[in-house]
Design a binder for this molecule. Structure first.
Ligand code: PEP
Length: 247
């Protein structure tokens, strides 16, 4: 089943719960749905519980600390996310790698913490514009796959998200050919690294996915879902993206 994930980033107040209420009513009665995940800011997780109850929507965190608890002011643990109703957590988002200097080995420790807490990780990988222009995309992706998660952190629901950094929030999307070629490369590396789980782990695309391009991206056989930032904030846009899924 495809996985359509919304990453709200640092957006959303209690007033944004109405977007999820609209999403829940827009989904009512629909069949052939993909798995649907919303990753709001952690402050909204608990209040979203009653809103999504009985709907197909699941909740996720946007990041977690590698430790279970302790003196880490401002951080949030995987156990806390789980306790607040999450079943997934995004790790290694490029904004975390840049803003918080998180390395692939930090990401691997966070993915392990997620697994211990009973969460499935969505592990983000992707090249910068400069790396792409230097022809370094495959090398950076191979390194990130090697170092950003260990085999014992995988669950049947774990997903990898290929997010070219130059496509995030820019309105630029990788071409269908590039997505397909890069996903095939990533899939081969995942199989090399993880064996059978590397064949079945879901591989999402992220980077300026919107209603106008979602269907063609989700129609690629190499794409098992999408990770959506900006367009996940509005129920009607996110719903239109969900409708583009193969289910
Ligand atoms: C993201 O935040 O992971 C993302 C892909 O953002 P956007 O859809 O806004 O490019």
């Amino acid at each position: 089943m495809q996985l359509v994930t919304g990453n709200w980033k640092m957006n959303g107040l209690k007033s944004s719960l109405k977007e999820i209420e609209s999403l829940v009513s827009g989904l009512r009665g629909r069949t052939r749905l993909p798995e649907i995940l919303v990753c709001p800011p952690a402050t909204l997780l608990q209040s979203l519980g009653p809103v999504i109850q009985g709907s197909p929507i699941k909740l996720g965190g946007q990041a977690c600390h590698a430790k279970e608890s302790g003196a880490h002011t401002g951080d949030i643990s995987a156990d806390m996310l789980k306790d607040a109703g999450a079943s997934y957590v995004i790790v290694g988002h490029s904004e975390r790698r840049t803003d918080h200097k998180e390395t692939s080995s930090d990401v691997a420790a966070q993915a392990a913490a997620a697994r211990r807490a009973g969460l499935s990780a969505i592990v983000c990988i992707g090249e910068s514009e400069a790396q792409k222009n230097e022809g370094g995309t495959e090398q950076i992706l191979a390194q990130q796959i090697q170092a950003s998660v260990t085999a014992d952190s995988l669950t049947p629901e774990t997903a990898f998200a290929y997010e070219p950094i130059w496509a995030i929030g820019t309105g630029k999307t990788a071409s269908l050919n590039d997505i397909d070629r890069t996903h095939s490369f990533i899939r081969a590396r995942l199989e090399e690294r993880f064996g059978l789980p590397g064949k079945t782990v879901r591989l999402l695309y992220g980077g300026s996915v919107k209603p106008s391009n979602a269907r063609e991206i989700l129609n690629l056989t190499s794409v098992d879902g999408v990770l959506v930032g900006g367009a996940s904030l509005k129920a009607d846009e996110f719903l239109a993206i969900i409708e583009g899924s193969r289910g």
